[in-house]
Design a protein around this ligand. Sequence first.
Ligand SMILES: Cc1cc2nc3c(=O)[nH]c(=O)nc-3n(C[C@H](O)[C@H](O)[C@H](O)COP(=O)(O)O)c2cc1C
Length: 203
Amino acid sequence: MTPARGGVDVPGAKRETQSPMKKTNFSLSEVYRLLEPGPVVLLTTARAGRANVMPMSWHLMMEFEPPLVGCVVSNRNYSFASLKATRQCVINIPTVELAEKVVACGNTSGRSVDKFKAFGLTPVPAACVKAPLIAECYASLECKVRDAKLVTKYNFFILEVVQAWIDPARKRFRTIHHQGEGEFMVAGRTLHLPSPKTSLGGK
Ligand SMILES: Cc1cc2nc3c(=O)[nH]c(=O)nc-3n(C[C@H](O)[C@H](O)[C@H](O)COP(=O)(O)O)c2cc1C
């Protein structure tokens, strides 16, 4: 690759055509495909007695305890209004066995489809919120909206996990990670390496 026009000359960097830099330009509209975190989760909400399921991959951990999770829920989605109004939801973590159902939930809207019925998912009452857990998922995190300051500008909700559930019988769980364009990476091997206790920002 030749350096981009207007690029700065970095001392020691090679400018000849035999550059060790093999990268080519990458479209800005595709950047999310490189950084998209994971796993894909199924966000459940419930409003006026109607429960709904929405796949979501734009989320991030923000705090250890109480666990805070940031997420983007588009205001074009039916789930947005439910989450905004009720300030409650459940983040359910599916494994690869549920991949086709996850995609089906992402191709339909709760406005017109009861996705639990349509895709054979089982709602289970939660302990602290009105939105249901999904029985088939490996883990479920009951959440309350902790901060909605960035919702109007970015559709960004900060959630606090108030109750977490996990299936202890499942030792190996292979989550799915969205790479865009219908592609998913399946979590694979686990590496056990000696490391200090995770620490961010002196916490
Ligand atoms: C793998 C995957 C990940 C997605 N991630 C998000 C996301 O992070 N935020 C979002 O608003 N929509 C996301 N979507 C799109 C919604 O799931 C989709 O628009 C869905 O139909 C909305 O459902 P609803 O109208 O019932 O709320 C994703 C879809 C898929 C398939």
